[in-house]
Design a protein around this ligand. Structure first.
Ligand code: HEM
Length: 366
């Protein structure tokens, strides 16, 4: 829009739709007798959550759009990082909001809990949308009462969720983007071959350090050497495409082999200027996953405090169900495991000069 164009004046109140927003709190306890003082807090906290979920979905839609292109415009990686960082700041707020809710005591909650049945967080379509857009798959979910999770949503919301399930999630789009990473294999340099050699050297050095350490007893030395042997085997196994494929088939790993190797490479060479932003992107996604898990855990702890072992208004086992989701509903778990494959900077293979130049900001006056 042209900034010089004439446009209608608007009042703060109507711009923000405050008539609707501020008229949307209707404590049910008041409708059935004496109003429970804390029910307003309970309603407002949930409404604020839903508003923030809306903002998170807005950011996720834009992220999916940026990564849906076959070749992601490199200029967009910086935008993607800042949008994920925004989501992360929102998640921190969402976690902190539970402190406000916990100023309500379990006894105060009981003043109006009966009026809520069978309303539950289970029916938050926006929360489900967020999970699906990030990449939580049906098969990975911990199901309760053997019913699909979207059963509790309206027919229209179910259609929307099923449609989202059939589209590529952020997890899959980031995986595709990683698989397309150039530089992993180029003339005179194969990252994976060099990395395997570097790991073998590092393990050999550690072996020698154990064998020559005079402070270790023979038993301790044997135990440490055994551990080191297992460690070396672990590295070689993880870096083997056939074993990786088996781990995917067994459900222990989700990310493809090529995407994982690209992620390791981005981590170890992140000081190269061109890899800085991809590294920050992976780091921000890992933080997002961690924050979402922290929210799940914090919510479960609060539920334990409010309800003890009572079942939820949505029909689940309550705390026990929620703790299962903490363990099973992590979406980017593989990104956390990248750390297992990292080796100290001093052991990382040297890049050939030509590749180093390609990974730098190169400016020529010619
Ligand atoms: C007194 C406060 C709260 C209690 C006692 C509570 C309790 C529960 C329980 C027991 C469940 C499991 C489902 C069920 O059987 O109902 C649940 C799920 C859920 N709650 Fe809460 N909740 C509270 C506050 C909140 C708030 C403030 C939010 C923010 C939106 C929220 C969002 C959710 C969501 C999204 C789920 C689904 C989780 C999943 O299936 O992974 N809850 N809640």
């Amino acid at each position: 829009m042209n900034q010089n164009e004439k446009y209608a004046a608007i009042h703060y109140h109507s711009y923000l739709g405050l008539d609707k927003v501020l008229d949307a709190q209707h404590p049910r306890s008041g409708q059935y007798g004496k109003e429970a003082h804390d029910e307003t807090l309970f309603i407002i906290i949930h409404q604020v959550y839903e508003l923030w979920f809306k903002q998170i979905i807005h950011e996720l839609e834009s992220l999916v759009g940026l990564f849906e292109a076959d070749a992601v415009d490199e200029k967009n990686i910086g935008i993607a990082v800042s949008r994920i960082e925004r989501i992360n700041e929102i998640f921190k707020l969402l976690i902190h909001q539970i402190d406000v809710l916990e100023t309500m005591t379990p006894l105060d909650f009981l003043e109006f809990r009966n009026f809520l049945f069978p309303a539950s967080g289970f029916q938050s379509a926006q929360f489900r949308k967020t999970e699906v857009m990030l990449g939580l798959k049906m098969a990975q979910r911990f199901s309760y009462q053997e019913k699909p999770y979207y059963n509790q949503l309206s027919a229209e919301q179910q259609e929307e969720i099923k449609d989202l399930e059939s589209r590529r999630s952020l997890f899959e789009l980031i995986e595709d983007w990683l698989e397309r990473t150039p530089f992993i294999k180029c003339e005179g340099f194969s990252f994976i071959d060099e990395y395997k050699v570097a790991i073998a050297k590092m393990i050999e050095r550690e072996r020698q350090a154990i064998e020559t350490n005079e402070y270790l007893s023979p038993e301790e030395r044997t135990a440490r050497l055994t551990m080191l042997g297992a460690n070396g085997e672990f590295f070689q196994q993880v870096l083997d495409p056939a074993i990786h494929a088996q781990k995917i088939a067994d459900g222990h790993v989700r990310i493809s082999y090529d995407a994982m190797i690209a992620a390791v490479m981005i981590h170890v060479y992140r000081d190269q200027p061109i890899l800085q932003l991809p590294y920050r992107l992976l780091d921000a996604i890992t933080t997002m996953d961690e924050l979402m898990t922290s929210w799940r855990y914090r919510h479960a702890q609060m539920v334990m405090r409010m309800l003890g072992k009572k079942s939820g208004t949505g029909g689940s086992a309550g705390f026990d169900y929620l703790m299962e989701t903490v363990k099973k509903h992590q979406i980017f778990k593989d990104f956390h495991h990248i750390s297992t494959l990292l080796i100290p900077r001093g052991d990382v293979p040297q890049l050939p000069d030509s590749l180093k130049r390609d990974l730098s900001f190169y400016y020529s006056t010619k």
